[in-house]
Design a protein around this ligand. Structure first.
Ligand code: SF4
Length: 61
């Protein structure tokens, strides 16, 4: 499974806090997801980050 961050991201930083293994903040001030498959051990926290995004900007790739 992979995730990506769509153009709706408002840069709140929550996903990077919840699951730093998958999400990080770019220099542009928006979140980016790792391009590789999400490691199994962080499936739950990555899903939590997705569900917690206030604008629904995280989608499954
Ligand atoms: S939680 Fe959503 S809005 Fe906030 S930084 Fe992550 S993708 Fe962007």
């Amino acid at each position: 499974m992979k995730y990506y961050v769509n153009e709706g991201c408002i840069g709140c930083g929550m996903c990077a806090c919840t699951c730093p293994e998958v999400f990080s903040m770019s220099d542009d001030g928006v979140a980016v997801a790792i391009e590789t498959e999400v490691p199994e051990e962080v499936f739950d926290s990555a899903a939590e980050a997705k569900d917690g995004c206030p604008v629904g900007a995280i989608e499954e790739a």
